[in-house]
Design a protein around this ligand. Structure first.
Ligand code: SF4
Length: 64
């Protein structure tokens, strides 16, 4: 999964869904970068965080 840092507005909703999966930098912006692996069993949480981001800054890439 990835974040578009041009869109992220540091709402931190993703972090509240799962702080291990959706880490933030010291200013509250997502720092997951591009292509962060979703650990097995965390797919639901990952999808939830993506869905709840109020500005749709997060995405999950299809499996390759
Ligand atoms: S919920 Fe969205 S806007 Fe908020 S920190 Fe996470 S990616 Fe950024």
């Amino acid at each position: 999964m990835s974040v578009n840092n041009e869109i992220c507005e540091a709402h931190g909703v993703c972090y509240t869904v799962d702080p291990d999966l959706f880490t933030l930098d010291e200013d509250g912006y997502s720092n997951i970068g591009r292509g962060r692996e979703v650990p097995p069993g965390k797919e639901g949480r990952a999808q939830e965080g993506v869905d709840l981001c109020p500005v749709q800054a997060l995405m999950i890439e299809p499996e390759t």
